[in-house]
Design a protein around this ligand. Structure first.
Ligand code: ADP
Ligand code: 5GP
Length: 290
């Protein structure tokens, strides 16, 4: 048997140390995500030899409510390069970052429009159902659609089910905040009820697809765009087929659209992974309450 050389031992020790460092950084990011650690806490650890290597972009993205687009907006506003490491951040930059996060949270307190999007079958309706049951104070926009009701869907609650003539009239008279054609049917958000609620300081959630989310973003910079993501592609396929509400060719067409929607994840302010309906819904409520 050969005994390990000093070089081998040093290499092994180095690998173990690198692994421990990676695990510690992952642990800190998980604590930030869970709210167990806040931004000033982590920024104060800039001299820690392991944590000083964390990139600022990674730190901000780990904060609850900060997805790729929001992180980018925040750091651009603070003039901080996301790839800068914690250990390289100056005192002024730290202060600027803390103030910017606080003011973004302040801005994002009440009376905002939350746009909930994500691929078909990811669980948007399930999350909305949970929110309706457990958070009756949150108001949901009820869309108009030309699609036929699924079993159990109620007119006026799940959708206003209308025909194409009525849809075209609403769209052409400017009564829709946004609209889109999805898998052969038209969908739109009636503008007036949304505007009325926001004007009264009530938060509003709209559950809409990608093209509609982009229209809202173009009109309302204050709206918060939330992307509900599946834990994996396979889970998404299982959920969509398992729901059993569409014919196989409609499922196939929705899956093609889903690929396009997943590719647009980085346009959203916040990404919520729907592992558990309750957890995803509570994360969204956290955005409303600030
Ligand atoms: P969407 O409204 O996004 O099209 P649905 O809410 O109809 O999606 O959900 C699609 C299917 O996945 C439904 O059968 C639903 O019960 C199931 N589902 C939703 N969220 C979860 C979850 N977190 N875990 C397991 N199944 C889920
Ligand atoms: P479904 O037919 O599964 O209920 O909805 C199909 C897609 O249309 C989903 O992604 C849903 O979020 C979206 N959708 C529902 N209402 C609206 C709406 O008012 N506007 C837009 N743009 N999309 C909507």
């Amino acid at each position: 048997m050969t005994t390990p050389s000093l070089d081998d031992e040093a290499r092994l020790r180095g690998r173990e140390q690198a692994l421990a460092a990676r695990q510690r950084r992952a642990q800190v990011k998980a604590e930030l995500k869970a709210g167990a650690l806040n931004l000033p806490d982590i920024l104060a650890l800039r001299d820690d030899p392991v944590l000083s290597r964390l990139r600022i972009g990674e730190i901000v993205r780990s904060l609850p409510g900060f997805g790729p687009a929001r992180t980018h907006r925040l750091l651009t506003g603070c003039d901080i390069d996301p790839s800068r490491r914690l250990g390289q951040l100056g005192e002024h930059q730290r202060q600027r970052l803390i103030s910017a996060v606080l003011s973004m949270r302040g801005l994002s307190a009440p009376a905002r429009l939350i746009v909930l999007s994500g691929p078909s079958g990811v669980g948007k309706s399930s999350v909305v159902g949970y929110l309706r049951e457990h958070h009756p104070g949150v108001w949901f926009s009820v869309s108009v659609t030309t699609r036929s009701p699924r079993p159990g869907e109620i007119d006026g609650v799940d959708y206003h089910f209308i025909d194409q003539v009525e849809f075209d009239r609403l769209r052409d008279s400017g009564e829709l905040l946004e609209w889109a054609v999805f898998a052969g049917n038209s969908y739109g958000t009636p503008a007036e009820p949304v505007r009325r609620r926001l004007a009264h300081g009530e938060p509003v959630i709209c559950e809409i697809e990608l093209q509609g989310a982009r229209q809202v973003r173009a009109r309302d910079r204050q709206a918060v765009l939330v992307f509900l993501a599946p834990p994996s592609w396979d889970v998404l396929v299982q959920r969509l087929t398992g729901r059993g509400t569409e014919e196989p060719e409609v499922v196939a067409s929705r899956l093609v659209t889903a690929q396009r929607e997943l590719a647009a994840e980085s346009e959203f302010d916040v990404v919520v992974v729907n592992d558990s309906v309750a957890q995803a819904a509570e994360e969204i409520v956290g955005l409303i309450t600030g």
